[in-house]
Write a protein that binds this ligand. Structure first.
Ligand code: NAD
Length: 478
């Protein structure tokens, strides 16, 4: 049983009214832990502590801030096995994926520790030569860091690493669905020399604890990852005080396979990206577009490969764990039923796996559909489940038109061996990240974020650090 507590001003805290929230294992339904369920009051206390800690942390040298972050990265690596088990038990993902996620979060802390030292300034001479312009970057203030359940540790580390390296203090609020490993992550930073109040942890519902972090005059920056609908609410709630915002929202990534592509590697990459984390990734492949000429070969390879994926408890040696909740599974089922009722063809999966070992969890088989079109929900909405819907195209113009026919714009992938086609697609696909012969658009050194309804602002890289800094022009008369 895991029973993390909130951390406010460096101290462990329970909910003032004693409320707790139970976390159940999505593979078995068993109780994994009980976490305090805080509300507006705890969020306010945490923001107050962060405000108090801000001036000293902002004035701490980037090198000293880096020492804390490096130390925390080492501690997270030491705790990786333990934290990976927490993650798998609370959210279902296979243990080796959980371990990768935890170790990745340590890398993020190390990366921002060093990037914080490179918040460079500028120095220019005025036109008449009578003054100098100094441009400096300074931390915005107190940041509210609100994260979702699908990568609870990694996505939180993107925010915490950048905020703390920039000199902001922060309040982290992980999702109520997966707060255990994220709490251990924040605790590790508190145990690594972060002064009290620099990084606080509030656990509780978005509608109360989250809303207070957004609405309170004590927060100057909101960094949010989650659903587009929540993002819209947050933007409106932050408007009266014109708060700085980064919104990382939903996605609907297209995967284009051109006639000249290496079909085998495209099929492998597509299956991997569609079913990784059981499809519960904002950059998961949501829509596959195949050139007519490669359809047969691609489908045969993809069905073979996806058919070999092992489904089961994340504590076993499997490729797909259960979905995180029954709600996820219900939506997956509904999207498949809707597609089939409109003429799609089921090529693989389409149901829960059979057997006693699956009876208490939210398991679902990797599913491949073809003959889909854009009237179907599976092509228009985020399924967030293990479904790979496939349709065909005749030429690149059509592929681009179909790929861009969505309100989202987070990631897009294209496989081709033609340089011309690669550039054509990379320049026309409307999304914050484009993978050319690559099924991943995440890299520590590169900006990550969305276009259109997938949000705005960037995480990772020096652009991610910028999100926590304000520019100041200091004009020096001579
Ligand atoms: P969600 O929007 O339901 O919740 C995200 C977080 O916001 C949680 O911590 C929740 O408690 C909090 N929250 C909810 N209402 C709030 C409010 N009114 N005020 C303040 N906070 C509030 O999202 P989710 O279901 O946890 O995550 C899945 C979604 O996240 C998917 O749409 C997915 O695409 C998206 N996502 C996006 C990215 C990205 O980088 N763009 C990455 C991962 C997930």
């Amino acid at each position: 049983m895991y029973n993390p507590m909130m951390i406010i001003d460096g101290r462990p805290v329970l909910a003032s009214d004693g409320s707790v929230h139970k976390i159940l294992n999505p593979a078995t339904g068993e109780l994994v832990g009980e976490v305090p369920s805080g509300g507006r009051q705890e969020a306010h206390q945490a923001l107050t502590a962060a405000s108090r800690a801000f001036p000293a942390w902002a004035a701490t040298s980037p090198g000293k801030r880096a020492d804390v972050l490096h130390q925390a990265a080492s501690l997270v690596r030491e705790l990786a096995d333990e934290m990976a088990v927490m993650l798998t038990l609370e959210i279902g993902k296979p243990l080796r994926a959980s371990r990768r996620e935890v170790l990745g979060s340590a890398d993020v802390l190390d990366y921002f520790a060093e990037e914080g030292k490179r918040a460079f300034g500028e120095w220019t001479i005025s036109g008449a030569g009578k003054s100098r312009s100094l441009v400096i970057r300074q931390p915005i203030g107190v940041a509210a860091l609100i994260s979702p359940w699908n990568y609870p540790v990694d996505l939180l580390s993107w925010k915490v690493g950048a905020a703390l390296a920039a000199g902001c203090t922060a309040v982290a609020k992980p999702s109520s669905m997966a707060p255990i490993a994220a709490s251990a992550f924040i605790e590790a930073i508190n145990r690594s020399g972060a002064p009290p109040g620099v990084i606080n942890l509030v656990l509780g519902p978005g509608s109360t604890a989250g809303a207070e972090l957004v609405e309170s005059p004590l927060s100057q920056k909101i960094s949010f990852t989650g659903e587009s609908a929540t993002g819209r609410w947050i933007m409106a709630a932050a408007a009266p005080r014109l708060k700085r915002l980064s919104l990382e929202l939903g996605g609907s990534a297209p995967f284009i396979v051109c006639a000249d592509a290496d079909v085998k590697s495209a099929a492998e990459a597509c299956v991997q990206r569609a079913f990784n984390n059981a499809g519960q990734i904002c950059i998961s492949v949501n829509r596959v577009y195949l050139h007519h000429d490669v359809e047969e070969e691609f489908m045969e390879l993809a069905i073979q490969r996806a058919g070999r994926l092992r489904v089961g408890s994340g504590m076993e040696d499997v490729d797909l764990g259960p979905l995180a909740s029954e709600e996820q599974r219900k939506r997956t089922r509904e999207h498949i039923e809707d597609a089939l009722s409109r003429g799609a063809r089921l090529r693989l999966g389409g149901s829960e796996p059979e057997g006693e070992q699956y009876s208490r969890g939210h398991f679902f088989l990797p599913t491949i559909l073809d003959r889909v079109d854009h009237s179907m929900r599976v092509m228009r909405e985020e399924t967030f489940g293990p479904v790979m819907p496939v349709m065909t195209f005749k030429n690149l113009e059509e592929a681009v038109r179909l790929a861009n026919q969505t309100e989202y714009g987070l990631a897009a992938y294209a496989y081709t061996n033609s340089l011309d086609a690669a550039v054509y697609l990379a320049e026309r696909l409307e999304s914050g990240g484009v993978g050319i012969n690559s099924n991943n658009v995440v890299d520590l050194q590169a900006p990550f974020g969305g276009w259109k309804q997938s949000g705005f602002g960037r995480e990772l890289s020096h652009h991610g650090l910028e999100g926590y800094l304000e520019l100041k022009h200091v004009k020096i008369g001579l």
